[in-house]
Write a new protein. Sequence first.
Lengths: 458, 281, 277
Amino acid sequence: MGETAISRRPRRLSGAVRGAGILAVALTMAACNGGGGTGDNPSGSYGFPQVAQDDKAEITVWVDADRAGAVEAFKKANPAVPVKVVSYDGSANGSNSFRTKMQLFDRAGSGWPDVVFSTQNNDAAWASQKTGGKQAFAAVLGGGLVPKATLDGFTPGSLNPCTVEGKVYCLRNDLAQAVLWYNKTLLDRFGYAVPATWQDYQALGEKVAREHPGYIVGTVGDAWTPEVYFWASKCQANGITGPKSVTVSTGSTECKRAATMLDTLIKNGTTPNISVFTPEFVKKYAGKVLLMPGPAWYAGAIFNNPQSLNVPKGQLGVAAPPAWQGETAVTGNVGGGTWFISSHSKNLKAAATFAEFVTTADDYQVNVAPGYPAFAAAGDKWIKKQESSGYYATDLRPVVKAGTEIWDGWGSGIFSQEAIWAKTMTPAIAGGKSLVDLLPEWETAIKNQAQVNGYTVK
Amino acid sequence: MSYAFIALYAVLTVAFGILPALYALYLAFTDAEGGFAGVGNFTKVVGDFRFMPAVGHVALYLAIWLVALVVLVTLLAIVVHAVAVRWVSSTLRLIFYLPGALAGASSVLLWLFVLDPAAGPIGGLLHLLGFDSFVEVIVPANLPPIFAVIAFWTGAGGWIVIMYGALNNISADVIEAARMDGAGRIQIAWRIQLPLLRKWISYMGIMSLAAGTQLFVEPQLLSQASNAIVPNDYSLNQLAYQYAFQQNDFNGAAAISLLLLAIALALSAVFVLRGGLFEKD
Amino acid sequence: MATRTGNRWGSPIVYLAALLLIGVMLGPVVYIIVGGFRTNSQITVDPAGWPDPWQIGNYLDVLRSDTFWRQVGNSTIVAVATTAGVVALGVMASFVLAQYTFRGRGAMYALFAAGLMFPATVAITPLYILIKDLGLVNTLPGIILPQIAFGLPTTVIILVPFLRAIPKDIEEATAIDGCSRLGFFWRMVLPLSVPGLITVAILAFIGSWNSYLLPLFVLNNQESFTLPLGVQAFSSQYSVDTAKVLAFTSLSMIPALVFFSLFERRIVGGLTGAVKG
């Protein structure tokens, strides 16, 4: 027995060595030419290189759990198109899984899904760019892949987070414009008027602190605080001026006035430093939210949600975002999903049909979707449907109007402003520091983060 | 037969261990285009504004966790072993192991519940300690002990069981003889049990060190769950991850990994030398 | 010195400390198990309270969901297969390594130790490419194979000294009995090394059970998730449904507890057995 083993020895060894060699070669090959575009049509008719097309090929779509309904609606309406669904986390909560996985696929040279839904607004910034000489993941949509009429049908400005250097790389699922939510019943009972300016808002907050302590007019505990307050104040914290350049200046009057206002309101307890998605918030403030500037999706996510604030029917009102005295009102935006088509898709036609359907068709956007549709026609119908539910104490026109008032001086860079705020500002506020004093620190943090992500900072 | 025995092992190690490691080595010394970069990647990552804080975080965490682990696990194993009542001893082992049955990520999520002053079960205690909200609990200064508690909570049980098994290996005659000589419980532990555990303590130290320097899951999950209040570049391994997948700089990521490896190896030398692991026998 | 009973029971302070520690270890586990029997509003009103009334619904919901069973199944398969692979390959390799004294053995040992220390983050890219080339992306073998490889250094480090401790004269004796080396391995080495194998098995199982990073990369679809990924996905999807998350989490402990109860006895009994042998 020992004899045979010895005689077999050299062969096994060389086999193992050869195996290792092949592996090594495979590794280097894959690592070096992961481009994947097989070059059947190097220029491509839509403005990017595409692979050989097959109209019958199955398309793979990546969606989060909330968008499963979109796929169902599509399958019902287009039974002939074969769709494979992969559920993933939607890149939410800073998991960044969309980008991470696409980079792996880039390196491996295959594996890309055909359509991807992302909950974030930061994805066009990287998906539109070549990485390491490899073709950009996102397909250009404006070059004929999606009809111009469809693109024009989106609410003006809603495709800004999808647009890089004038080209559109994704379709917006929903708009997340900030509006002023309020509890009409409470406001009437206390005899307060809905503030039209941020100055009124602050004054009201101070009044609430004196007359009805315990009630709140907003929160600063979530990572989107800068988007709700500072974006709406035209603060120059996120001036993305190109794919790789950004202007940051948090020392401006616009930033300071928002910070000063919040300092006052944090101090008097009317804007607590607690995330609206914590049990703590629900426990302390259910029934005590008088005003709340925040994105359109707050309605379903926290107000009309039995697990959250659970505001009864007929109490929730909505007003246009306040303006700073003497200026026209602008507002910020907190997320709003996006749909991407892969430039590597073997069936671009089906992929485009899918992306168009889920963003524009009534079957999904009006009948099923929880958020305010970015596609204008669907948005109008969605509003009518919501109003007819009888839940709201006011009409929802301010939501529609705010959708067109999003300030365009705040961009969608590759790095996350929310993560920077959460890391540097939230703990500091918890430690009792003033926002005005923290502004320089915030600027440094943004600049540092921009720089390590390859941005030229001004 | 020898080669047949070792062949499968060798194939797996080469494929999933050595080749990726060599690739990392290659990456660390080249730039994005594949040209030789010298120590460029290393100076870049060390100069990164996130690097030193991450080193500090990991070092503090390691210091707390390793000391707690080595001291407490050894002590507990000896105590559990000293319990003469059989069912008490086995129940204790089960209790210590119990948290380890939670699949990794769940234990982090569980501690998120527990450490919430408003909604957690020990809210009263946390309020007493001066924490009024979750954000105050997870301020950066508190994180190393929190991660150490989580890691100890999930990891200690398995080691206690292993140490217990090692203690069983000491023959009863030796202990009885010592007792006849008038040695007390503590003396027995110190003079007889501890030296015999030396090797196992070293194993535990090295493996925990390896796991500890690679701290990733706990801060990563806490970061996602706290909406980034706990930063996603808290530990060195997370920073490497950020380099690779946020900045698409795999060379920088490889450089961080190699630095991490160097630190871990240097530290593990302590255990190797003190534990006599590679002594010729 | 101490009396006989004092020896048996030790000092009260030690026991008090042990009790406190038991509270810390056990408290959170009790909290999730009991919490699963409450409703969300009960938890919100009094986080530390007792279920009133007891709700079985959360547990039934979880037990009725396909997702839960699929993830428990995935995790169990991965952990068991990894453990088996690590132990089988590890003991074979360690046997060979333990038999020969050759120069540079210390260095090779150090290499294994270095393998332990290697941060997985950076190896993940080449690993991924390899797994993809083998066609194993999104499959359980795609996790099992690399995990076996990762578990091997630990195994070798622990098992080689263990096997070397098996007295040489036993081998010589069996050789005289006309036993082949394979027979020696099978009949003598394996039974004698059981305690070492169990130790290694426990470490491999725990490692696989907690593994997060590798599945995160290899598995794309939530359908194929293992528990660590699944629990996280579940809890972010049902972030407001605390009670259900607690029920899901407590049920997810069961396979690891079964494993523990099977092997814990063996390590204790086995080690004493080895001394006698």
